[in-house]
Ligand binder design. Sequence first.
Ligand code: ADP
Ligand code: MG
Length: 147
Amino acid sequence: MFETNGSDETIGVGREIAKLLTPPKFLILRGDLGAGKTTLVKGIAEGLNAAEAEEVTSPTFTLIHEYEGQFPESGHETPVKLYHLDLYRVDAERQLEALGLDELAGPDSIVLVEWGEKFPSVVKRSDGEIVVKSAGGDARRITVNLR
Ligand code: ADP
Ligand code: MG
């Protein structure tokens, strides 16, 4: 469990969590609106040296953000694709299918899905979850549960 106080610290935790996410990974990002899920993804993208890491913002309107980076693995770096999705505004199973999750989840992929818990099919295929909980003010508790 990580505790942060402010978005800068959450980005720092994201950089640490990136080291734990050996591809392939498909994770649900759970937490209330404004908890800091998107902020955490920014840190994870930085930790993977992902291109466009500076441009990670809430994907609520664009649905899928893709980044290319490297996973630091025992001394050498392997290419990784990071996909960040937000299903907050996705309600129908049909809309979900249109996103083509199956095609994203390749052997070199890390897929992080905000609001994935809305869909049993997404929960079923996930490798675990990252939970961001508010703990009053700017305090947050972040846990990584890999199955
Ligand atoms: P989510 O994606 O969970 O809806 P965002 O990451 O988009 O949340 O927004 C989190 C908001 O909370 C930002 O405005 C950020 O500045 C603020 N914030 C305050 N404290 C923290 C913290 N410890 N970690 C992350 N964000 C924080
Ligand atoms: Mg978000």
